[in-house]
Design a protein around this ligand. Sequence first.
Ligand SMILES: O=C1O[C@H](COP(=O)(O)O)[C@@H](O)[C@H](O)[C@H]1O
Length: 237
Amino acid sequence: MAISELDLPVNVVAHSLANPQLLAQTLAEDVARALEFAVQTQGRASLVVSGGRSPIAFFEALSRLPLDWSRVQVSLADERWVAPDEAGSNEGLVRRHLLQNEAASARLIGLYRAAETLEEAARLAGEELADLKRPIDVLVLGMGDDGHTASLFPGSPLLADALREDCAERCLPMQAPVEPAQRITMTYPLLASARLRCLAIQGPAKLDTLRQAIEADPLQMPIHAFLNTSLEIYWCP
Ligand SMILES: O=C1O[C@H](COP(=O)(O)O)[C@@H](O)[C@H](O)[C@H]1O
């Protein structure tokens, strides 16, 4: 199956790339162009990225593109509640692969906070995000094989709150079905407020997940919520 065979909503634009390298480079160039526009017109820019296994090639391609990175804030759509130097940290991934080369001077606003409880850590992360330039200029989402995006996981106790259009919190605590299970996610209204919303996915399994998500309930497949917004999907086999 190819992405062109999916019956995507009209507000969704699909970019089909031949391989992972082309996906990473094309997405990086499109993201850098949008950040450059924000820096030129507003003096600064904000970029929110996802973690997981998929975005490394994209981070490395983006880190090599020329831009006034000192005017760019980088934050995370979600975080695993582990310290940045521990395995599985999305902040650690961004530090190692994106905040390098040309992008070394970008400012990272991470979501990890040491606290007594996950709930308190999420509250503190939300406070820190008061500094994030909003609306977010560019959001790059990933998607799990179960249809989760950011750390909006099906079955997580606060998922319905996090997906509410009028959710007042910037971040909420979430529970993932896999380790590290304790997560902090940006909530739907903050994520969806981004001027440019991108979703990067690779391979037939994720394409099939996307196909199922088109008709799904967002509580079962949270990525569905973003298919109702204007969204640029970057896919390769
Ligand atoms: O747990 C997470 O999963 C999704 C998808 O990750 P991937 O490993 O399949 O690329 C990711 O977008 C999210 O940021 C991450 O915390």
